[in-house]
Design a protein around this ligand. Structure first.
Ligand SMILES: Nc1ncnc2c1ncn2[C@@H]1O[C@H](COP(=O)(O)OP(=O)(O)OP(=O)(O)O)[C@@H](O)[C@H]1O
Length: 462
C-alpha cells in the first residue's frame, strides 16, 4: 500500500471503492479497487476471481492488471487507469450528436477483439455493458470489470445463477438457459446499438415489457445512414436463439462486417489476435495454474458449489425439450408491482423514457397499451420480486437453482402481445428458421481433454 499514494476516489461500485492512485516507483497512475475482507464472502470471491482472471488476460484491449494484495482488511486490485472514462459516460457526453461511423467501427472492433480473446481462453465475461468498457486518453478501448466472469466448464454453480445487468441480458437467461459465449455476443450487440443510436435497444416501462421485448428481439431499427453491414450485424447479434448469433470469431473473420471491422482494428490488436489464434486457449500448464488459483481461493470454498449437478451446466447438453406453459397464477401483488414499477430509478441512470443522453422521448405510458393476455411465469415473477426493480442497469445475481425451473417468455406461442406498444420495431421474424451459425455455439464441448478436466475433478473431489 505504501507504494501508492491516493489521488482521488473515482467511484464506488457494489464491490467497493475505485481509487485513482499514483505509483511512487514508476510515477504512473493506476486504479486501485479495494474490497472489504471478508465481510461478504461472495463479493470477496468475485473480486478474487476478477483479480485472478485479469492477471491472466494480456491483450491491448483489456484493462491491464498490475498486482493484487491484501492490506488493512482490504483486497486491493491494482490495474491500468483508463483516463477516458467509461463508454457510458462517453455516450452521455454526446447528448444528441451521433458518433461517426469510423468511431463506432473502431471501438466496436476493439471490444470484439477483447471479448474474442477471453472467449478463446474459455472465459465468459457475463456483464458486458458500456459501463464496463473503458477508453484511454488516446481513444483505445479497454474491456474491464471481470467481477462476474467465469471459466466455462469450471464454475458449474454459476450456470444456475443469473448474473448480469437486465438491460443487457440475452433472452436465454430469462429463459433459464445456461450462459454461453453467444450471451456475451448479445450484450455486445446492445453496446453496439448504443453506439449507433445513443439509446438502449430495449426500452420498457416495466420488467414485463422489457423481458418480452428482449425475448422477441424487438428493437427500433437503426438509422438509415449507417452502413448496411452494421444494420445486418445488429440484426444477427439480436437473434433470439443463441445458436443463430454469430460468434465473435465469425464477426471478426467471416461476417459481412468483418472487412470493415478489421480495417478499423489497430495493428497491435490484429497481431494479438493472430497470436491468440495460433496459441488458442491457455496451454495446459497455464490452465492448471488458473484453475488452481480459482479453485483454491475462490470456487471450491464457496458454499454455492455444494450439491450442484455438474452435468447440468453443459450448455450443449441441454436439449430444449418440450414446450412448457407458464404455470401458476402470479400473485396479484407481484403483477401489480411489475405493472406499475418504473424500471429505472437508480441515480446511476436516467429514466427509461429517456435516451442514454437524457433526451426525452414520448412516454410509452401515454400511448395506448395492449392487453397482457398471458400470465408471466410464477418463478420469474418471484425472482423479480426479490430483485430490486430500480436496478435494471446494475449488475446483480439471482439464484435460479431449485426444482422449479424458470420457464420464460421464449416459450410463448406466436401472437402474444406485450403490455407495451411496439412502435417501429424490427421483430426477429426468422428466429424459427433453421440454425445458421450453431457450429460455434457452446464451444466448451470441443474440449474433451484439456485442463477443464482437472477443474472438474477438483469439484467432484469436494
Ligand atoms: N480501470 C479503470 N480506469 C478508469 N476508471 C475506472 C476503472 N475501473 C473502474 N473505473 C471507474 O470507477 C468507478 C467504480 O468502478 P467499479 O468497477 O468499482 O464499480 P461499478 O462498475 O461502478 O459498479 P459495479 O462493480 O457494481 O458494476 C466507475 O465509475 C468506473 O467507471
Amino acid at each position: 500500500m505504501e507504494r501508492y499514494s491516493l489521488q482521488n476516489v473515482i467511484g464506488e461500485g457494489s464491490f467497493g471503492r475505485a481509487l485513482l492512485v499514483w505509483c511512487k516507483i514508476n510515477q504512473e497512475k493506476y486504479v486501485l479497487k479495494e474490497i472489504q475482507l471478508p465481510k461478504n464472502h461472495s463479493k470477496l470471491e468475485n473480486s478474487r476471481r476478477e483479480a485472478i482472471l485479469l492477471s491472466r488476460m494480456k491483450h491491448p484491449n483489456i484493462v491491464a492488471f498490475r498486482e493484487a494484495f491484501e492490506a488493512d482488511g482490504l483486497l486491493c486490485i491494482v490495474m491500468e487507469y483508463c483516463s477516458g472514462g467509461d463508454l457510458l459516460q462517453r455516450i452521455r457526453q454526446q447528448k444528441i450528436t451521433q458518433f461517426c461511423v469510423d468511431d463506432i467501427l473502431r471501438w466496436f472492433a476493439q471490444m470484439c477483439a477483447a471479448a474474442e480473446h477471453i472467449h478463446d481462453k474459455r472465459v465468459l465475461h457475463r456483464d458486458l455493458k458500456s459501463k464496463n468498457i473503458f477508453l484511454t486518453d488516446n481513444g483505445i478501448i479497454k474491456l474491464g470489470d471481470f467481477g462476474s466472469a467465469c471459466i466455462l466448464n469450471s464454475s458449474k454453480a454459476y450456470a444456475h445463477t443469473y448474473v448480469g445487468t437486465p438491460y443487457y441480458v440475452a433472452p436465454e437467461i430469462w429463459d433459464n438457459k445456461p450462459y454461453n459465449n453467444k450471451s456475451d455476443v448479445w450484450s455486445l450487440g446492445c453496446v453496439l446499438y448504443e453506439l449507433c443510436t445513443l439509446r438502449h435497444p430495449f426500452q420498457a416501462p416495466s420488467w414485463k415489457s422489457l423481458i418480452l421485448k428482449v425475448c422477441r428481439g424487438a428493437y427500433p431499427p437503426l438509422p438509415n445512414h449507417l452502413p448496411y453491414e452494421l444494420q445486418y450485424l445488429v440484426k444477427q447479434m439480436f437473434k433470439t436463439n443463441p445458436k443463430d448469433r454469430p460468434s465473435l470469431h465469425s464477426i471478426l473473420t467471416s461476417h459481412r462486417v468483418s472487412r470493415l471491422l478489421r480495417a478499423h482494428l489497430p495493428s497491435q490488436a490484429l497481431e494479438t489476435q493472430e497470436q491468440g489464434r495460433r496459441t488458442g486457449r491457455w496451454n495446459r500448464e497455464e490452465g492448471k495454474k488458473v484453475a488452481n488459483l480459482l479453485g483454491e481461493k475462490s470456487l471450491i470454498k464457496t458454499s454455492t458449489f455444494e450439491g450442484v449437478e455438474l452435468a447440468e451446466a453443459h450448455c450443449g447438453s441441454r436439449e430444449p425439450g418440450p414446450r412448457r406453459h407458464w404455470a401458476a397464477e402470479p400473485s396479484d401483488t407481484v403483477l401489480q408491482m411489475l405493472a406499475n414499477a418504473s424500471l429505472v430509478s437508480s441515480d446511476s441512470m436516467t429514466s427509461t423514457s429517456q435516451s442514454l443522453t437524457g433526451v426525452s422521448e414520448e412516454p410509452e405510458d401515454s400511448r395506448q397499451r395492449k392487453r397482457w393476455d398471458r400470465d408471466p411465469p410464477q418463478r420469474l415473477l418471484s425472482l423479480l420480486e426479490k430483485a430490486q426493480l430500480s436496478r435494471a442497469f446494475s449488475t446483480f445475481l439471482i439464484s435460479t437453482g431449485g426444482d422449479d425451473p424458470l420457464v420464460g417468455p421464449l416459450f410463448q406461442p406466436q401472437g402474444d402481445h406485450p403490455d407495451g406498444p411496439e412502435p417501429e420495431v424490427a421483430v426477429d421474424e426468422d428466429r424459427l428458421q433453421p440454425r445458421s451459425d450453431d457450429e460455434d455455439t457452446d464451444f466448451e464441448e470441443e474440449s474433451p481433454c484439456d485442463w477443464m478436466d482437472e477443474v472438474e475433478k477438483m469439484f467432484s473431489d469436494h
